[in-house]
Design a protein around this ligand. Sequence first.
Ligand SMILES: NC(=O)c1ccc[n+]([C@@H]2O[C@H](COP(=O)([O-])OP(=O)(O)OC[C@H]3O[C@@H](n4cnc5c(N)ncnc54)[C@H](OP(=O)(O)O)[C@@H]3O)[C@@H](O)[C@H]2O)c1
Length: 314
Amino acid sequence: MALLYVIKDWDADAWLGAMRALNPGIDLRSWPDAVGRAEEIRYALAWRPPAGALHRLANLQVIFSLGAGVDSLLAGGELPPVPIVRVVDRNLTMRMSEYVVLHVLLHHRRQRILDGQQQRRQWRGPQQPAACEVRVGILGFGHLGQDAGRRLRDLGFQVAGWSRSRKHVRGIQSFAGAGELKAFLNRTEILVSLLPLTPGTHGILNLALFRELARDGRLGAPILINAGRGKSQVEADIVAALDQGILQAATLDVFETEPLPPESPLWSHPKVTLTPHNAADSDPGAISRYVLTQIRRFEAGAPLQNVVDRNQGY
Ligand SMILES: NC(=O)c1ccc[n+]([C@@H]2O[C@H](COP(=O)([O-])OP(=O)(O)OC[C@H]3O[C@@H](n4cnc5c(N)ncnc54)[C@H](OP(=O)(O)O)[C@@H]3O)[C@@H](O)[C@H]2O)c1
């Protein structure tokens, strides 16, 4: 049994090293220089694989995505007809929840305003509502969204989630499907997007959507946090919404083009906090452990978990 790594943009050696540390005898190959005999490869571990890199693997059983999102994998050309398993892992989930809680609190506690006041040596506290007076809405209420939502709920925020199917999470209001999107937006002051990128979510974070957000909250104009995927947002609309006061502030971890081009107005916009797509990194040790567990289950005849629905695109 051999595992083939097909990794672009990440340090492949770190991934091979992490897997070897867990299982020293394991047969690891890497694309393109050390593929060896292709018919021996049963599992592929991929991140942004170049088109065609996974073809001609006659005995391939499963493709593992090394990240939670599979948009780049699915967009990279035709894939062999085997199951694709994505990452659902405590380590990654915790990282994303840290990020979401940090940035909801950053805006809720008005830290950017306080930073400016510190620079000007001003001793003045802006009016501070309690968390229970503030409504947070999470677009994409899946594994990551629900974990972050529970933590925000436990801090006292009024939390709602929007997903395709109805969810039942204690103390969190569930909105489902396109028909309930408007009602979800109308009650939301801080909007957090953790949506996967699919044809249904491409460009969804646009001016028309921002105009639907609640403007009657204690924080004033609404706030956007996007740590899902960059192509879900229309950056020109975010800038326009910030400049026109339709949005008060934005935290962005993901961008239409990554790395964010130096000429992007987002870099220096006073109402934007941005991070370089590092809200929830895939940790090679943690994710390798997850993949090994999945392979052992599969080899023992148990069903694979977290299999991607190719028709839905996530
Ligand atoms: N910035 C980072 O560092 C980073 C790191 C990891 C992941 N991510 C992003 O986070 C995304 C979410 O990860 P996850 O593990 O939470 O995925 P997930 O468990 O598959 O959750 C996705 C959620 O989005 C909902 N959804 C998808 N399409 C929709 C649509 N058209 N309308 C309404 N709801 C829709 C799904 O609804 P259902 O529940 O009804 O299916 C589900 O609730 C990933 O796809 C990736 O893009 C970013």
